[in-house]
Structure formats: C-alpha cells, structure tokens
Design a protein around this ligand. Structure first.
Ligand code: UDP
Ligand code: MG
Length: 345
C-alpha cells in the first residue's frame, strides 16, 4: 500500500490518527503522574521500591505522587511506608481496614489518585520503572492506555507460562471484550479512562478486563519481566486459578449458554438412540442385557447436570455478591505528611 499523507487518508488508521491528534493537543505540558501501588506484607520491598523509583523520576523531572494502598498487611509494611511519608510529601498511604485482595486495593488506589496519568505498579519491581518514560512518550502521542507486554516471561515457571497462555486463549474466545495476552496491571492510564473506570460499579474487580472494557486508543510496549526484587509472591497456583475463573465469569456468559448446546446435542443423540432401540426391538424382539449402557447413560447425565449446576452456581454466587452491593474496600485512613485525612465518602 502506498504511503499517503495522513490527514487526507481514509480508513481505520487515519481515523485513529485523527483521534490521537485530538488527544495530543489536550496533553498538559507538565502532567502529574500517580503511581498506584497495592501492598500486602511487603516490608522488605518498600524502601527498595521508593529508593529505586524516586531518583529515576526526579532525574527525568517528572512531577509525581505515590499512592500506596496497604491491603491489610500484618507485618511492618505500614510502619515503613509511614516513615517514608514523613520525609516525602509525595507519598500517600491509603490504609485499608483489612486485606481485600489486589484488585480491590488497586481500585482503592485509583479512587485516591489525583494525577493526570495513573500507573498501577507492583511494589516488587517486577514492573520496571524505567518503562514509565516509554509509556509517557506513547501517551504524548495521544494514546489513552499504554500497557506493558511481558515479552519474555523468563521469571515465570513453565507451568505459569503455559497456564497463562491458555487463560488468554479461553478468555478471549468467550468474552466479547478482548484482553491483550501477557499484559498485567502495569500500564499507563489517562485521566479520562480513569474516570470511565471509576463509574463501573461492579464488586468483582477483574482489573485488566475492566481496563479493556473502557476501550479508547491503546498500545503496548514490550518489556522483559524481571524476578521479584524482595519478598515472596502472594499468588499461589490455586489463587491464580480462582482469579482466572473470576475473570471469565465476570466477562462472559458463554459458559452458561454452552449448556444449551450440550443439551441439544444430547437430546439429538437420545432421539436417534431411541429410534434405534425401538426399531431393533420391533425387528429382533426383546433383548434384556444393557446394564453397561444404562449405567453409562445415568452416570454421564448425572455428571453433566452437576457440571452445569456448578456453572450456574458460579454466576449465582457472583450475582449474590453484586446484589448485596457492599463497598469494594473499606479505608481505615489516608496518611500523608504525618497527617491522617478523613476517609473519602
Ligand atoms: N497484593 C495486594 N494484595 C493481595 C496480594 C497482593 O495488594 O492480597 C500486591 C502485592 O503486595 C504486590 C502486587 O499485589 O505489590 C503483586 O503481587 P505479587 O508480586 O505477589 O504477584 P505476582 O507478581 O507473583 O503475580
Ligand atoms: Mg510480583
């Protein structure tokens, strides 16, 4: 395809370029960057994180704040954060009343961040802070969401890589909202996407799905995900499995609909088999043996009914949680500069 000068072209790329140009023009010269960092039992990572990220951003002349969400840590995480917040006013601690889980903690941080651009980050330095400059460069080009793509997952076990690969395949084949594979929560989000995100009332916060749901022009920046700098992972294989189920169930009703087709197929087989048996009886007379086929049919039907009931239960359980409409998180207090702010309504 020959190169054309942009403002006069047609087609999706030209349309996107026009949208990007419009956003570019709105970009503030000196944006406030909010790092949103959920933390749970990370006493060994706090100082390392702050001492790595702060000089980097200072050197780049980037205006920033750090919003740490203490997700009910039971170690010295809060004390370490609090000490650092006394000497650096750019550090704010949103202290949750107990452990609500990473997705809820992220939601709390996003609600409390004041920046023009937000970057959710893990505290273990697995989200390389050097990448923020590249994110911001893309944002200046007009993109509203710039996400980090884990190009090589050397730091992950083979089991995690394979299961993650399957997860993205299954999720994207079922959900009308596609999430890019190998993308975590580490990304840059413009304020206008944040405001859309904040309007989503659901309790089940599958954040990468919600970010994808928001839409807008987005682009990925590849990076190599390093090992955890300190501390240990908070996600066991079992927790990841449950997280994956949460993700699929909150973004797709395909698992519910699937049973309709299973039912159709089984009914068709049953009708054909019935015709076969009746014809056989009419031609060959009555034939009693059939214990094995009978038992198999009964067990198979029982298993299929339990499976489908289990799937309905998954949705019903979530419906129950959503209907109760309890808050996503509870703030014990917001600490900055040695002061405690009353929690936001
Ligand atoms: N985290 C949290 N609440 C939790 C579990 C984890 O706030 O209940 C935080 C954790 O402190 C870290 C981030 O979420 O900053 C990512 O956790 P982790 O590094 O253990 O996940 P992994 O990188 O192993 O997937
Ligand atoms: Mg990690």
């Amino acid at each position: 395809m020959p190169e054309q000068t942009l403002p006069f072209t047609t087609g999706p790329e030209a349309a996107q370029e026009r949208q990007l140009a419009a956003q570019r023009a709105r970009r503030p010269a000196d944006p406030l960057l909010s790092l949103v960092v959920p933390v749970f039992n990370e006493e060994d990572a706090v100082d390392l994180f702050i001492d790595t990220v702060t000089p980097l951003l200072d050197k780049a002349g980037q205006r920033f704040e750090m919003v740490f969400v203490n997700d009910g840590s039971r170690d010295d995480t809060f004390a370490r954060l609090f000490d650092r917040s006394l000497v650096d006013r750019r550090i704010r601690i949103v202290n949750l009343s107990r452990n609500f889980g990473k997705e809820a903690a992220l939601t709390a941080g996003i609600d409390h961040a004041k920046g023009d651009i937000l970057v959710p980050m893990d505290i273990d330095l697995q989200d390389p802070p050097e990448l923020i400059a590249a994110f911001i460069a893309r944002w200046r080009e007009g993109y509203d969401i710039v996400y980090g793509i884990r190009a090589a997952r050397h730091a992950d076990t083979a089991a995690k890589r394979v299961s993650a690969g399957w997860f993205y395949r299954v999720f994207n084949s079922m959900s009308p909202v596609r999430i890019p594979p190998n993308v975590g929560d580490f990304r840059l989000v413009d304020r206008r996407a944040v405001e859309v995100l904040r309007q989503l009332p659901e309790r089940n916060r599958f954040m990468k799905g919600l970010f994808a749901w928001v839409g807008f022009n987005s682009i990925g920046v590849p990076y190599e995900r390093p090992q955890r700098a300190a501390g240990t992972t908070k996600f066991s294989l079992w927790r990841l499995w449950n997280f994956a189920i949460d993700g699929v169930v909150s973004f797709s009703t395909a698992p519910l609909r699937a049973w309709f087709y299973v039912g159709v197929v089984i009914a068709a087989i049953a009708v054909l088999y019935a015709i076969f048996i009746v014809t056989r009886v009419l031609i060959l007379g009555i034939d009693t043996p059939g214990y094995a086929s009978l038992l198999i049919a009964v067990l198979l039907m029982g298993a299929i009914q339990l499976l489908s009931l289990g799937i309905i239960g998954e949705y019903l359980g979530r419906l129950f949680l959503e209907v109760k409409a309890r808050p996503i998180y509870v703030v014990e207090g917001v600490y900055q500069d040695g002061n405690i702010e009353p929690p936001k309504a």
